[in-house]
Ligand binder design. Structure first.
Ligand SMILES: [Fe+2]
Length: 453
């Protein structure tokens, strides 16, 4: 692997240089026969030469990696750059069609990839639209969701399991001190938007929902015009003077209806989940960073992110804060049937030794116990994705009955694997490992995409 003075281009963050298609992958163990779909993950993978000094991890061209699983077999692996016009030009290929005017703000979507209403979208924050991919992960079009998306999307839609709607919080520097809440219906069309004025222009990476609210993460990493003028890869920096607060926007309300709750200064990209308490307060669990883009402005590295619970009280505007697990971790996930509803279990990737992720965690938030799976000498892991064992409705008895999927790099061979663990045997050997023909650089987010979703 290549080394670079920029840590976000070194080790397993170094990009790969080719698109690969490989069929009939080698599998050890037994792939659960009920798995019929794709595991797809997105991440930055700059094409061609980059300015190593200025390169920001979040700005690299997007590359998706996918594994098709059916009938107990791993049918294919594909990796594809997510094309937008400038990247297509660099690659010497035809630009994809766009639903937007030619001068619309667009860049390669590098952060997450989701399936909704039968379509696959590579997605990113900071003002760019979704990019539709086909089943084989080739770029289809730069999408405006059938003409319904006003402008920006986000890398983190939360799917309400009761309605199948996607809820996203979007931001773009060109809006000034305003963000926009967007709801996408089960039919793939935007059904509702709410403009939300704020004191500054925060980087809002994610959203959380409850049965009553959509949560607005107004945190002190904000747009910096000077950095933008100087060509920073991502012109959002820490601001000590910006108040950290969370807005509770009633799901059918407007910006005027938001209850703001102040929290201690911090930043988080990713909530694990949130839900309403019977007394009107709201539980929010998230991977809390002490700061963001303060001393290190090329990627997240401002002290360990830990799993923290806030209980937000809209009546008083105040919150309690409790560290649930003080070990460094990120990419928290849950059984997605419980998004916005009380959950007992969660999963996260440990962050150790710089940027390597050699530990996976399973949290039991009821007992407040945390099981660690540590493969430090052999493997580095990506985000763990929970896949229920069956389509049965989630209940307290079956919440953790399923599989945990994570890409990992075999440190001996340098190649990557998709490891599938039984959630109830979290520290046991994986039930199956799909061996990939290539290295998959550490990236951001992936999802299991069942064939019938
Ligand atoms: Fe993220």
């Amino acid at each position: 692997m290549k080394s670079s003075a920029n840590p976000f281009l070194s080790g397993n963050l170094a990009p790969v240089t080719e698109e690969v298609t490989e069929t009939n992958l080698r599998v050890t163990g037994t792939l659960p026969p009920q798995l019929d779909g794709r595991y797809v993950r997105n991440g930055p993978n700059p094409y061609g030469a980059v300015n190593e000094e200025k390169y920001h991890w979040f700005s690299g061209d997007g590359m998706v990696h996918g594994i098709r699983i059916r009938d107990g077999k791993a049918e294919w692996y594909r990796n594809r750059w997510v094309r937008e016009p400038r990247l297509a030009q660099k690659m010497g290929v035809e630009a994809p069609p766009s639903d937007w005017p030619a001068d619309h703000n667009t860049f390669s979507a590098n952060t997450n990839v989701v399936q909704h209403n039968g379509k696959t979208y590579a997605i990113v924050e900071a003002g760019a639209p979704p990019i539709e991919l086909n089943f084989e992960l080739d770029t289809v079009r730069i999408s405006n969701l059938d003409g319904t998306l006003p402008m920006a999307f986000s890398a983190h839609p939360k799917r309400d399991p009761r309605t199948n709607e996607l809820h996203v919080m979007t931001y773009w520097w060109g809006w000034g001190n305003q963000v926009q809440y967007v709801v996408v219906g089960a039919d793939g069309r935007v059904s509702r938007t709410v403009d939300i004025p704020l004191p500054g222009g925060p980087m809002i990476h994610d959203i959380s929902i409850t049965e009553k609210y959509a949560l607005v993460f107004d945190l002190p990493c904000v747009f910096n015009i000077e950095a933008a003028v100087n060509g920073a890869g991502l012109p959002y920096y820490w601001d000590n003077n910006y108040e950290a607060r969370i807005g509770l926007l009633p799901r059918n309300g407007s910006a005027h209806d938001i209850s703001w709750v102040t929290i201690n200064s911090c930043y988080f990209f990713h909530p694990m989940n949130s839900y309403d308490l019977p007394d009107g307060r709201v539980v929010l669990d998230a991977a809390r960073h002490p700061r963001m883009f303060d001393r290190e402005r090329r990627g997240p590295s401002e002290g360990p992110p830990t799993l923290v619970r806030w209980i937000l009280d809209p009546a008083t505007g105040r919150a309690t804060e409790e560290v649930l697990d003080d070990r460094a971790q990120e990419f928290p996930r849950i059984h997605e049937g419980l998004i916005g509803l009380p959950n007992r279990y969660g999963y996260a990737a440990g962050i150790a030794h710089g940027f390597s992720q050699d530990v996976l965690y399973k949290a039991d938030l009821e007992k407040k116990t945390f099981t660690a799976r540590n493969d430090a000498a052999q493997f580095g892991y990506g985000e763990p994705v929970f896949v229920p064992r069956s389509d049965a409705p989630v209940t307290p008895d079956n919440e953790d009955d399923g599989f945990v999927m994570a890409l990992r790099q075999n440190l001996d061979s340098g190649l990557s694997e998709l490891a599938i663990f039984d959630s109830r045997g979290f520290t046991d050997d994986p039930v199956a490992v799909v061996h990939l023909p290539v290295r998959v650089p550490n990236g951001f987010h992936g999802n299991w995409m069942p064939i019938n979703q």
